[in-house]
Structure formats: C-alpha cells, structure tokens
Design a protein around this ligand. Structure first.
Ligand SMILES: [Zn+2]
Length: 412
C-alpha cells in the first residue's frame, strides 16, 4: 500500500513539474467565484463584479461580471443601452465545462480590451458563470427544488420535452417547475437580462458539442423563427470558424427561448463539449473549448451586425442614403413620413428627410416584453440652399417627431 502511495505521489509530482501537460481540474463553485472576482479586479476601468441573488438551498450568490469601456463612469441608463452580448453557464450544475467556457471568454475579452480599447468600444459584455450555484456545488443538473432550470423559463413553458415531477440529486430530469419562472435562479437571470440591450445571448451547456436553436423548427411543436434569415447567416458564419452544427432543442421553457422570444436577442445554447466532468487527460480546458471560444469571439467581434444595421453613405439637406451592412434585414425604415418595410442585407435605399433622425427595427421579431429592437439614428441637419435657414434639433422637436413616428407605426 505504501508503495502505491509513493508511486501516486511521484505521478502527481511528474504532472505538477510540467504544467503545460498537467491534468487540469475544473473550478469548483468557490474557486470560480474567487477567480472571477479576482479577474474583474485586475481591470477596474472596464469590469465590475457583482452579486445578484441567493440560490434556493445553499444561500450562494449568483455572480456576474459586467464589461464596458469606462464602466464606472457610465450611468445605469447608458450601460443598459449598449449593444450587449450575454454569456452564462451551468444552468445544469453538473456541466462544469460550461462555466469554464464563460470564464475563459470573459478573460479573453478583458485581456484584448485592455490591449486595444476598440475591442470593447460601443458594446457591453455580461458573464454569469453559474446560474445554478446549488447544482454546481452538488454536481447536480437540477436546482435545490429538483427543477431543471432550463425548462423553467416562461416562453413556451411546458410545451414539450419536460417532466411534471421533481428530480433530486443525484437523479437527473427535466422537471419544468410548479409554474413558469417559479425558481429564484430563473428570476435572477431574467432580471439581469431585462437590464440589457441584448443582441446576442449564448447559454453554455455540455454534452453534444453543437449549437441548439431557441425552439423547434422541425417536426411536432415546430414554430418558425421570424428572423430565420439572420439565424441562418449567423450559423453559417459560426460553422465556418467553429465547425459546430445546429439542431432543435430537446425541451421547451429553455432560457434561450425566452432570450429570443421575450427579449429579442439572437439566442443559442452552446453545448461546449461532449465531456461533463474533470479530469481532462488529453488536453487542457482551453484546448477542449477551442471551437466554442472561436464562435464566441466571432459573435463578439461582429455584435453590431447581428440584425439589420444601417450605415449612412450619403446625406443632403433633404435626403439620406443608407446601406444595410448587417447580417439580417432591417425593417420599418423611416425618417418620419414613408416607411420602407424591409431592407435586405447589402441593399442601398434613399429616403427623403422629413425629420432629423432615422428609425428602423434590427429584427422583425419584437420581444414579447417590449419593442426592444428599435434603432434611432440622428441625422445631420443641413440648411436648404434655397432658404438659408438651418432646422434646429432640440429636445422638444425630437420628442414631437418621435411621437409622430410612433403614431405612424401604429397606423400600419
Ligand atoms: Zn445542460
């Protein structure tokens, strides 16, 4: 027996002497919390660590890091208006690699942004490594109440692929909860997302090493995705960098169904790897997640293109010409009078200027909770060469114009 421990000790020494080839152990809840806090503290100008709620059974904090340029100088309103990518992990507590993916992506964005602020300019990243701290600590899929949190969200809740009975650790199941959004962890995550101008939402899981759509688009219970053109374009771009294929989800009431259905974000589950538990013997954690991290990078680097994105290419005192350089169509484009219902990717249009701003919707799908995809761009006010007067833009005129535009939109 003593010989056995001696050999074991020597093996451990051998691994620790060669860190690049060492067996990496996944974070625990405590070490993840500590490392996340420590990581954010290294970038005080661009990162804020915060805690949002207490888990059902073990009273553990659900923590996040918020990332934006000069973040401490922004008001809540300014921060919440920035185009945002949200990344979370361990809805299922026994899928530790999903927390690792969130953490590594956060680390990458912080490092790159510190080296070059343009990597972060004009956008916001929020990362929550563990939505289900109790499950993460206990290595359980469900939360303390035996609820599969990824079946508990209010959008399409209980429609398919869920169960009606709790599954307590170590048994795994798909219990949807006693009512939609019944669980504290679900509510905390929803409240976080409500304070974001959400463009992209990636929820990490582990198991099948692919991408999961917000709801079924084939077979029984299929519901079309209104912005499918955008999804398809995004998924093709993603496949080019990551090689990951996509599929229908196995159950309803998932966080991503709510992310797109209620909050209007391009929402996908990223099933980060086919291994769920440590140790990793043949690679590092980063090595095992390389494809997924490439997909995260691609989404982050192209965040503003996720949807219609109009760019002004010419403007005179009475007209404006824009091109849609986004990955999806732009909808209901107007400067206050005529409304162009759909502007395709790459399409160029010219509108007569009735007001000093241009409005459009980034997506055709409007979030269940509000019209979250409306973009307003100020136009340059230029004098009419014949009249010599310059229209003034002040608060009152913009407010009046917005009221007129919304009345026009309602009339449609
Ligand atoms: Zn999962």
């Amino acid at each position: 027996m003593r010989t056995f421990f001696l050999v074991l000790g020597l093996i451990c020494l051998a691994f620790s002497a060669q860190p690049s080839e060492a067996v990496e152990v996944l974070h625990t809840y405590d070490s993840m919390k500590e490392d996340t806090q420590e990581l954010a503290s290294q970038y005080p100008d661009i990162a804020i660590y915060s805690e949002h709620g207490i888990s059902t059974g073990l009273d553990l904090e659900i923590f996040s890091v918020d990332v934006a340029l000069n973040i401490t100088e922004l008001t809540d309103e300014e921060l919440n208006a920035l185009p945002t990518m949200y990344v979370d992990g361990t809805h299922h507590g026994n899928e530790g690699m999903s927390a690792e993916a969130s953490f590594l992506f956060l680390q990458d964005v912080l490092q790159r942004s510190a080296a070059d602020s343009s990597y972060l300019e004009g956008k916001r990243l929020v990362v929550t490594p563990s939505v289900n701290p109790d499950g993460y600590v206990l290595d359980c899929r469900s939360n303390w109440n035996g609820v599969d949190l990824n079946r508990n969200y209010p959008y399409m809740w209980g429609m398919y692929g869920t169960s009606d009975t709790p599954n307590f650790c170590p048994v795994s199941g798909t219990y949807k909860g006693s009512s939609e959004g019944s669980e504290i962890e679900t509510q905390v995550n929803m409240e976080l997302m409500r304070n974001m101008n959400l463009y992209v939402y990636f929820s990490a899981h582990t198991g099948s090493n692919d991408i999961v759509l917000p709801w079924k688009i084939t077979g029984e219970f299929a519901v079309p995705i209104a912005d499918w053109d955008l999804y398809e374009y995004f998924l093709n771009e993603s496949a080019n960098v990551s090689g990951l294929t996509y599929r229908d989800p196995g159950g309803a009431g998932e966080s991503i169904a709510w992310g797109y259905g209620a909050r209007g974000a391009l929402s996908l589950i990223v099933e980060v790897d086919d291994m769920q538990w440590s140790p990793l013997v043949s690679t590092t954690i980063r090595g095992a997640l390389s494809n997924e991290l490439l997909m995260y990078d691609m989404a982050w680097e192209n965040l503003k293109f996720v949807g219609g994105h109009l760019q002004i290419i010419d403007e005179s005192y009475d007209s404006v010409t824009v091109q849609n350089i986004g990955w999806g169509a732009a909808y209901n484009v107007t400067t206050g009078n005529e409304i162009i219902e759909r502007v395709e990717r790459n399409q160029v249009i010219t509108l007569s200027k009735n007001y000093n701003f241009l409005q459009y919707n980034r997506l055709i799908h409007e979030g269940e909770e509000a019209d979250l995809t409306l973009i307003t761009m100020n136009l340059t006010s230029m004098s009419n060469p014949n009249s010599g007067t310059t229209p003034s833009i002040d608060f009152i005129s913009i407010t009046l114009s917005l009221a007129i535009v919304s009345a026009l939109r309602r009339k449609k």
